[in-house]
Ligand binder design. Structure first.
Ligand code: CP
Length: 375
């Protein structure tokens, strides 16, 4: 991938834009974002000064735990010369009845970019982000304020775009020839730790088939993903010449795969049950659902990425990927993880450049020229 090929017209299209779900951006726009992230990653590695947004506030709210994404947000903001601030979403007035649009308006008065993680409840996170965006945008229009305050989806119930874009960049680094024609297994894997959100596998199946990959989604019965994401995956595959298939057989997904991405997520019916329990604030019901989800997971302990399964892959040597944290000994064997420890760290490291690219492409008017000047 080369920064020289960044298309100024596409760069113009993504100026001021928020990324809430990758399939709302055209493939050219996603590709341009990836090129910007690539250029910023290389420039940062070379020690170039990228502080193009000095004295601006990059504010992020997290309604769920995070290690990597919080640090990527802070690292991206600092490299761009912005001041990062990260707050626990439950410490805001959202829990006291403040609407998402009000929150967006209040935060948008003072901030220059806003990141949100809201991933645990189906049907809520992405629409929360849209309401926050409406609140900010309405305020800016009403006051004639010309600032661009993009919303960055740092994981919702539908998608985890900064993760899947980081995954795409790592795949492009690992396979310089591109991912077209590569078989990629996105598989459910056993986890005893918690009922994980659906957004990573959903985001992967929506993104990777658009670049010609042959993506197989594998999961036990009852662990299906949202229909809108399955439809998006099929559409992306049809348009690119890739393919998208679904199986209940983890071995079949691994057979001859160039890349495997085995990770857990919660049973679909129980993730839906959480919606009502969460709305009524019934903590005991939420705990009961979580226990049932883990009991259900325990019926599929053989869904592990281990040495036997890796031997089924292309040349017995597929690239193992994971968004992290992984349940070692459950989702993946200790030996497979040990072999790929540096790989998953390099995968994770791309997220800081994806966030930088999102902030810079939304907010730096002469970005194409600045990237060209990096040399
Ligand atoms: N993969 C990922 O989003 O990591 P965190 O949950 O630690 O941010």
């Amino acid at each position: 991938m080369s920064k020289a090929s960044i298309n100024p017209q596409i760069l113009q299209q993504i100026a001021g834009k928020s990324l809430l779900v990758t399939d709302e951006w055209s493939t050219e726009q996603i590709d341009t974002l990836a090129q910007v992230a690539w250029a910023m990653g290389k420039a940062d590695f070379a020690g170039k000064d990228l502080a193009w947004l000095k004295n601006e506030l990059a504010y992020a709210m997290f309604f769920d735990n995070s290690t990597r994404t919080k640090s990527a947000w802070a690292g991206a903001a600092a490299r761009l010369g912005m001041q990062p601030v990260i707050v626990d979403g439950s410490s805001t007035q959202v829990s006291h009845g403040e609407t998402a649009a009000e929150t967006g308006c209040m935060l948008g008065m003072n901030a220059h970019a806003l990141g949100v993680r809201h991933d645990l409840i189906l049907g809520e996170g992405n629409s929360f982000m849209r309401d926050v965006k409406r609140g900010i945008d309405d305020y800016l229009v009403a006051t004639g304020d010309k600032r661009k305050v993009p919303i960055v989806n740092l994981q919702c119930d539908i998608d985890h775009p900064t993760q899947t874009m980081a995954d795409l960049l790592w795949l492009r680094e690992y396979f310089p020839e591109g991912i077209a024609g590569k078989k990629i297994a996105v598989s459910w894997a056993y986890s005893p730790s918690y009922a994980k959100p659906l957004s990573v596998p959903q985001g992967l199946i929506m993104l990777l088939p658009r670049f010609g990959a042959h993506v197989t989604l594998a999961h036990p019965q009852g662990y299906q993903l949202m229909d809108r994401c399955l439809q998006s995956a099929q559409r992306g595959a049809t348009e690119s010449g890739g393919s998208f298939t679904v199986t209940n057989d983890m071995d079949a997904a691994f057979a001859d795969a160039h890349v495997v991405y085995p990770k857990s997520w919660g049973p679909y019916d129980l993730m839906l049950e959480r919606v009502a329990a969460n709305k009524s604030g019934d903590k005991a019901a939420m705990g009961g659902i979580e226990k049932r989800a883990l009991d259900r997971n325990a019926g599929f302990k053989d869904w592990i990425c281990d040495e036997r399964r890796m031997a089924l892959t292309h040349g017995g040597d597929a690239l193992y990927m994971h968004c992290l944290p992984a349940d070692i000994g459950a989702e993946v064997s200790p030996g497979v993880m040990a072999k790929h420890t540096v790989n998953v760290a390099r995968e994770a490291n791309w997220k800081v450049y994806v966030v930088m690219a999102l902030l810079a492409s939304a907010k730096v008017p002469d970005l194409g020229q600045r990237i060209a000047n990096l040399g």
